[in-house]
Write a protein that binds this ligand. Sequence first.
Ligand SMILES: Cc1cc2nc3c(=O)[nH]c(=O)nc-3n(C[C@H](O)[C@H](O)[C@H](O)COP(=O)(O)OP(=O)(O)OC[C@H]3O[C@@H](n4cnc5c(N)ncnc54)[C@H](O)[C@@H]3O)c2cc1C
Length: 475
Amino acid sequence: MAIPNDFLNVLINKLGEEHVSVDPLEKLVYAHDLAALPKSVKLLFDTTPDAIVRPESAEHVAEVIRLANEYKIPVIPRGGATWGFGGTVPVRGGVVLDLTGLNRIVHLDEEHGLLTVECGIVWEDIMRFLQKTCWELPVYPSSALSSTVGGWAATGGIGYGSLKHGPFIKNVVKATAVLPDGRAVMLDDNSDPSLSQLFGSEGILCVFTDLTLKLVPKSEAERPFMASFSSLANALMAAQEVLRLTSPHSLVLRTFGFTRTKDYVNPDAYFFGCFTGYKHAVDKYYLTLEEVVNRYRGYLAPEDEAGREWEERFYTLRVKKWGPSILGNEFIIPVPKILDMVGYCWQLGSLARLDVEVEVMFVSRDRALMFQLFLCDERKSIRYLTEAAITKKVLEAAIKAGGKPYGYGLWNFPFMEAAEPEKKRELESLKRALDPQGVLNPGKTIGAELALGLPLPGRLYGMLMDGVWFLRKVV
Ligand SMILES: Cc1cc2nc3c(=O)[nH]c(=O)nc-3n(C[C@H](O)[C@H](O)[C@H](O)COP(=O)(O)OP(=O)(O)OC[C@H]3O[C@@H](n4cnc5c(N)ncnc54)[C@H](O)[C@@H]3O)c2cc1C
């Protein structure tokens, strides 16, 4: 869509020229997120924004949204663009709101361990700031080096530390957000709408502008661990036993290609993680871990090696070098179903002749976040398009197994009806109430829209995916 010059002029007048860009090269960069888009997607969606706006304050955000409402222009919030589900990708042009300029630390309440930050701050900057204090973050995503706090509030909120401290939402006290009509509101458990109603709404219901995070006192001791196993089944049973008998800060299991990057003793599967807390408890847990690893005939890596793996926990995508591209998806899955799901991904991989990598981050004793990556090559565009349909097969199987997609955005929207029908109804009703003009991040999460503003029914999208999956046999 072409946005009216009038709109751009008013925007520039209000925010200043330095905050608005219509540079063609920049528009190309903002037309996608971390995931590589098959070229044919451009036939369905107008992914190129008409302008990029870089607000520096919550007032700027409110100003842009109020104006967009007046002119009915889509506004697409964007943090670090590390979420690969198309949440920051425009579907019919509009304005991409780059929030990374709202990156200040607002206030540290040293006494109560509360930290207020602006939404566009990157997690790593918070970690660096906290080094000088006696507090640390209870939870953070493994994309902490480049993703923003607001981006995590808008998406899943499960990451390192969630096993011990719960999901991100349990560690946020309050937030400030701009609603789709341009009103700035404070959100907590008692507000209307409440923080939990808007948390995880994938940028379709509000723009978070600042958040107050709970911190935890720095741990007295920290002991990373890593163990490799000659079979995935053994690694999985050992991991479950560790979860039953100890209380790790985090526990992540990886298979296949992840091990290709290193010279491990057992190449099939390994897990790593960290015990944190009081020294006596951490040491006791470590002894228990040793017993469990022995029982399942695993190999416990030396502690310096485990320490290195823990340090490198932010580099999940190093497997990309085997690709050169990846087709990934994430879902929450009951722990007893992990083995079947890995087997199924493997089967699909061999059908499509693609290598598969799997990472499982345990969220609790019963549930895990499973991240599967198919290694492929986006430069072979027709083949890549047909391979992209593999993620539909995986999600269908995950839902059947009692799981649910970890996010919806643009690519997973057809699955919400089957996986979380009640959540979908609630989001639809909030969307109608808060954003009747459909200005904020249209065509995502609860339904997609084509470039011309026409709705794309989930079933049609599903049929298209099935069609291209079938085509893979001939290309
Ligand atoms: C290597 C790697 C590791 C990852 N590990 C994890 C992990 O451990 N846990 C996890 O949950 N995810 C993980 N992710 C996915 C992603 O990094 C997270 O979801 C992250 O929190 C997204 O933040 P972002 O700033 O990049 O958001 P973006 O990708 O910019 O945006 C994501 C969505 O949120 C919306 N949005 C962004 N900012 C705001 C805001 N301020 N207000 C309202 N809506 C907003 C956007 O419109 C979009 O729909 C990982 C990704 C990678 C590449």
